[in-house]
Every structure is written in C-alpha cells, then in structure tokens.
Ligand binder design. Structure first.
Ligand code: ADP
Length: 217
C-alpha cells in the first residue's frame, strides 16, 4: 500500500479522512500542524510557534522539517503526511528526505474544495483535545452525539485557536499562493490524484478507491 501525501486547503477534511484511514488501514498519521501544536508552549520557541500559527502564517521550513524528519524516523509502516509540503521548497526537501530513507512508494492526493465551504467548516470545527477526533457542530453527520462532548473520551471539545475568520483567510491565501508549483511537481512525477471534498464518508470512499485501485495495478 502506498504512503499518502495530502495536498489541500485548510479545513478541507485532511485530518478527518486521515483519522478514518488510520483506523481502517493502520496508517501512521503525521500531521505537521499537530507536531507544531505539541511544541512545549512554556519555551520561547513554543510561544513563537503558537503566535505564528494563531496568525495563520507558515512556521519556518527548517523547524517543520526537523520535526517531520524525527517523526519519519520514529514510525514503522505506511504513513499519511498531512500538512507537508506547504510550499515548493518543502516539496523538494521532502523528496530528498524520502530518497535518504529509501521510501519511493508515494501517492499525492489533492483534495479540492471551495474557499466558502472550507471557511464554513473551519469556523464550526470542534476537536477533542485528547483523541484529536474532529467534529463539526453544524453538520449532522459530523456533530458529536452529545453537544460539545467527545463521543470517544466524554470530555469537552475545543475550538482551535486559529479557526477564526481572520486567521483562516491568511491560511487560505497562503495556500493559494503556494499550491500550484506543488501540484505541478507531483504531476510531473506522475504521482498526483485528485478528489473533490464532500461529506467525510464520501471523500473517504473516493480516497479508499484510489488506494485500492493502485494496489491492484
Ligand atoms: P489547516 O490545514 O487547517 O491549516 P494544520 O493543522 O495543517 O491546519 O496547520 C495549522 C498551522 O500549522 C498552519 O497554519 C501553519 O502555521 C502551521 N504549519 C503546519 N504545517 C506546516 C508546514 N508544513 N510548514 C509551515 N507551517 C506549517
């Protein structure tokens, strides 16, 4: 089974689909956003990272790459990369890292979604601080059984500090400014597949189909 690189705007559903793939196919889910959110906030570095993320800007390539490299060395088995590469420099760096680690079975999946839909989702997203399950309070399929409480952990759900309109707009703009060269990069390597984001189950089914088609090639 191939390793997956997700390329998608903020709030397109990468995290939700990754969680579903992780459950069913035992993928390791590497989210650079989660790695950065886990940097100790009591350090100067942690405070700076938190500030950049809250503004919706990109953290330095060096720091994210360092965290990613550590994680890739630590895991065993197939992985989903969610949130990296976010610019063409990172796409080139990733290529080198994967070469060094002798990993060449990669599929890049582009999840397409309109800005309006992504913003709607970001502004109604809720996350369990413990198991990281992602909910959406205005979507019947994705809302928790009990208002504001995680179905799995029974604890209160939180909103992400960067899920506000101002930060979302910066994140989306940054994405638009960077995505084209990344897509061209993977297209030229014949690694690129595309799906359009729908409900999480439909998106999951489309991605599942891509993975299984590829397995049978
Ligand atoms: P979303 O996809 O909804 O924006 P993420 O959790 O993927 O959420 O990312 C949250 C924030 O983490 C980004 O806005 C950015 O500040 C930082 N970040 C995540 N991945 C990267 C990356 N590869 N390079 C630089 N910054 C990153």
């Amino acid at each position: 089974m191939k390793n997956i690189i997700f390329i998608a705007p903020p709030a397109a559903g990468k995290g939700t689909v990754s969680n579903l793939l992780k459950e069913k196919y035992k993928y390791n889910h590497i989210s650079t956003g989660d790695l950065l959110r886990n940097v100790n906030k009591n350090t100067d570095l942690g405070k700076r990272v938190q500030e950049i993320m809250e503004q919706g800007q990109l953290v330095s390539d060096e720091l994210v790459t360092e965290l990613l490299k550590e994680k890739l060395k630590e895991i065993d088995g197939n992985f989903i990369l969610d949130g990296y590469p976010r610019n063409i420099t990172q796409a080139n760096i990733l290529d080198e890292i994967l070469d060094e680690l002798n990993i060449n079975n990669i599929m890049a999946i582009y999840i397409n979604i309109s800005k309006e839909e992504a913003m709607k989702r970001a502004l109604s997203r809720l996350i369990c601080p413990k198991c990281k399950k992602i909910y959406n309070k205005f979507n019947d399929e994705a809302k928790p059984k009990k208002e504001n409480i995680c179905d799995n952990c029974g604890i209160e759900l939180k909103t992400r500090d960067d899920d506000n309109e101002e930060s979302f707009k910066v994140r989306f703009e940054t994405y638009i400014n960077n995505v084209k060269p990344i897509l061209d990069f993977y297209k030229s390597k014949n690694m690129l597949k595309e799906v359009s984001s729908q409900t999480s189950n439909i998106t999951f089914n489309m991605i599942e189909k891509l993975i299984n088609e590829d397995k049978n090639d």
